[in-house]
Design a protein around this ligand. Structure first.
Ligand code: FRU
Length: 487
C-alpha cells in the first residue's frame, strides 16, 4: 500500500491485528538485525529521548513509529538498564492522547526530581490545513513506571518572532534553577536555541535566545543539549540547512558541537565559544542526547539514521538504531567521546591478537570490537565486513604522515543514500594512531585517537561478508574481541 498522510497519522489501534503480525514476521525475516544495539521491534526509530538515571536504573526512550518505516505518529518507546549495555524493552510509554500532542509525542528529555522522573517533550499538533502547532509539555513518571501527563503545557506557544518550528526541550537543573533549552526557528527562517528558566518546573520565564555564535545556523536547530564537563559548557545540536562555509559536512544535516568556557546565566551566553565542529565524521549520526549523570559522567547516545533518507531495511519493516553509550570528556580543550567502560562487559575472552602487516581473519558473525595501535608513520587500509577473498567491505584507509582518513562504503553491500556521497574524508592528527572499532552486523562505530574523533556508519553487507582484513605498510598491534549479544 501507499503511505498516505492519513495512514501515517492514524491511531495505532486502527491498524488491524493481522497487519501488525505481518509486520513482525517481516522484521523476523530481516537480514541486518543488530545484536547489541538498541533497535525497534518494528517500524521506525529516531531520536533518543529522556536519557536519565532514576530509581536505581538507567532509563532511555526513543522516538518510535511502530507501524512502518516512515515518520508517522510518534510516541516514546521506553528501555531500562542496569549497566548501559543490556537494555530491557519496556514498551511504548508516552503516546499521543491529548489535544496538545494529537499528532505526535516529539523529542524531549528527563530529569529525576525527588522520587519521580520529570519528562519534558514536544506535543505536535496539526489542524485540518496541516498547519503545525507545537506545545512544550511535561509528564511525571513514578518509580513503578506509571506515567501522568501534566494537563496544561509548560510553554503553550513560541515567543514573539518565532515560528511553530519549536521543539525538543532539554530540561536541566543548573545552579539551583531549572532550564529548558529548545530548538527553534525565527521569523526570518533562521535556526536558534531558546532558553527558559523556572524555579519550580511550574512557571517558566523566557530568557531569550542562547548566545553562542555570530554565524547563521541554517533554517532550524533541532535537539539542543547543554552538558557541563569540568566547569566547561558543551553545546550539542543539529543545525538544518547550515552553510558549508560555517561547517563542512556531507550528511543531509550535521550533528554539531561548540565548547564554551562556561554558561553565563545572566547574559544567556556561552562564553568564549569554540568554533563549530562535527560531532561525528561518518555517515549516519544525528540527534545526540547527552546528560550529566549522577555518577559524575557526561553520557551521550545518538540516533544512527538521518531524516529524509531511505535505508535498505525499510522493505523488512524496521529502520535505524541507537548508538552505543559514550562518555564525553574535555581534555586540553578537546572533546573526547569514548565508549562507556561498561562496553567491556560484552567481550568474550580470550581476545585474538593481530599484528602481521597483512592480517586477515574470518570473524564469523560481524559482532566484535577491535583495538588497533599504529606506532610508525603508517598508511594502511582496514576492510571491515569484506567477502572471503578480502574484497569489498567498508574500507577505512588512513595515511598518518599526511594526517588523512577516508571511509568508503561504496562496496560495503547494499548501497544507499548515494546522493550524499559514499565516502567521508577527514583530517586526523599526526600522532600515533589508535582506533577502537565496534562492529555489529549492520553498524560500525569507529573511535579515533582515544575518542578525539568518531565515525559512524550503517552498512548492509551480504551474509558472506564477515572477513576482516588489515593491510598496512608496517607492523601494528591489534586485539580483537568477539562480543556477546545484548541480554
Ligand atoms: C529530529 C526530530 C525532532 C523531533 C523528532 C520527531 O530528528 O525531527 O526535531 O522532535 O525528530 O520525531
Amino acid at each position: 500500500f501507499k503511505w498516505t498522510r492519513q495512514l501515517r497519522y492514524q491511531a495505532y489501534q486502527a491498524w488491524p491485528q493481522e497487519y501488525q503480525t505481518l509486520l513482525k514476521e517481516q522484521v523476523a525475516h530481516s537480514p541486518w538485525r543488530l545484536d547489541y544495539h538498541i533497535q525497534p521491534p518494528s517500524g521506525l526509530l529516531n531520536d533518543p529521548n529522556g536519557f536519565s538515571f532514576f530509581n536505581g536504573k538507567w532509563h532511555l526512550f526513543y522516538q518510535a513509529y511502530p507501524m512502518g518505516t516512515v515518520h508517522g505518529l510518534k510516541s516514546w518507546y521506553h528501555l531500562t538498564s542496569k549497566n548501559l549495555v543490556d537494555w530491557q524493552e519496556e514498551g511504548l510509554k508516552l503516546l499521543p492522547s491529548t489535544s496538545y500532542d494529537s499528532h505526535g509525542v516529539y523529542s524531549g528529555s528527563a530529569l529525576p526530581v525527588n522520587d519521580k522522573l520529570f519528562l519534558a517533550y514536544t506535543g505536535n499538533v496539526r489542524d485540518e490545513n496541516w498547519t503545525r502547532t507545537s506545545y512544550q509539555l511535561g509528564a511525571w513518571m513514578q518509580p513503578n513506571g506509571e506515567l501522568s501527563k501534566l494537563t496544561t503545557p509548560l510553554i503553550s506557544k513560541p515567543p514573539y518572532g518565532y515560528t511553530q518550528e519549536f521543539r525538543d526541550p532539554q530540561v536541566i537543573f543548573y545552579k539551583d534553577e531549572y532550564f529548558l533549552l529548545l530548538g527553534a526557528q525565527n521569523q526570518n527562517k533562521q535556526g536558534e536555541i531558546l532558553v527558559y528558566r523556572s524555579p519550580d518546573l511550574d512557571t517558566w520565564s523566557y530568557a531569550g535566545p542562547l548566545q553562542f555564535t555570530q554565524q547563521s545556523m541554517g533554517f532550524m536547530i533541532e535537539c539542543p543539549n547543554l552538558v557541563f564537563i569540568d566547569g566547561k559548557a558543551l553545546l550539542l545540536f543539529c543545525p538544518q540547512g547550515l552553510e558549508q562555509s560555517n561547517l563542512e559536512y556531507q550528511n543531509i544535516y550535521p550533528n554539531a558541537y561548540i565548547i564554551g568556557e562556561a554558561y553565563n546565566i545572566e547574559t544567556n551566553q556561552l562564553t568564549q565559544p569554540s568554533t563549530l565542529r562535527n560531532l561525528d565524521e561518518g555517515f549516519d549520526l544525528y540527534a545526540t542526547q547527552a546528560f550529566n549523570a549522577p555518577d559524575g559522567r557526561a553520557l551521550a547516545v545518538s540516533w544512527i539514521g538521518l531524516p529524509e533518507i531511505s535505508y535498505p531495511t525499510d522493505p523488512f519493516g524496521w529502520a535505524h538504531c541507537l548508538s552505543i553509550v559514550k562518555e564525553l570528556t574535555i581534555e586540553n580543550g578537546t572533546l573526547h567521546q569514548r565508549p562507556v567502560k561498561e562496553m567491556s562487559q560484552l567481550r568474550i575472552d580470550p581476545p585474538c591478537s593481530l599484528n602481521q602487516s597483512v592480517s586477515q581473519i574470518n570473524t564469523e558473525q560481524n559482532r566484535y570490537e577491535i583495538n588497533l595501535e599504529f606506532k610508525e608513520n603508517q598508511s594502511g587500509k582496514i576492510h571491515l565486513c569484506s567477502d572471503p577473498m578480502g574484497n569489498n567491505g567498508l574500507i577505512l584507509s588512513f595515511d598518518r604522515r599526511h594526517g588523512k582518513m577516508k571511509i568508503d562504503r561504496s562496496l560495503s553491500g547494499e548501497v544507499f543514500a548515494e546522493d550524499y556521497g559514499v565516502t567521508r574524508e577527514f583530517t586526523i592528527s599526526q600522532e600515533p594512531l589508535s582506533l577502537q572499532i565496534f562492529v555489529d552486523i549492520s553498524v560500525v562505530e569507529i573511535f579515533i585517537n582515544d575518542g578525539k574523533q568518531t565515525a559512524t556508519a550503517r552498512i548492509f553487507p551480504s551474509s558472506e561478508q564477515t572477513t576482516l582484513l588489515i593491510e598496512c605498510d608496517h607492523a601494528f598491534s591489534g586485539t580483537l574481541w568477539k562480543l556477546r549479544k545484548m541480554n
